[in-house]
Ligand binder design. Sequence first.
Ligand SMILES: [Zn+2]
Length: 56
Amino acid sequence: MTKVAPFHSAKPNTPNVYHDNNKCTEGNNIETQYLRQGTGGRPRCQHCDRLATQGQ
Ligand SMILES: [Zn+2]
């Protein structure tokens, strides 16, 4: 797994979380026009959490 700088989606009606792993499918699904840098003051996405815990 590769940890990356935190990013999140500015798209309405999406989970209010941030991602920090380039293996996260949710994070990778964010369209370019909604991609924002930083955590946005949100909690980390559960999938990214799991990836970080697995270390894979
Ligand atoms: Zn994520």
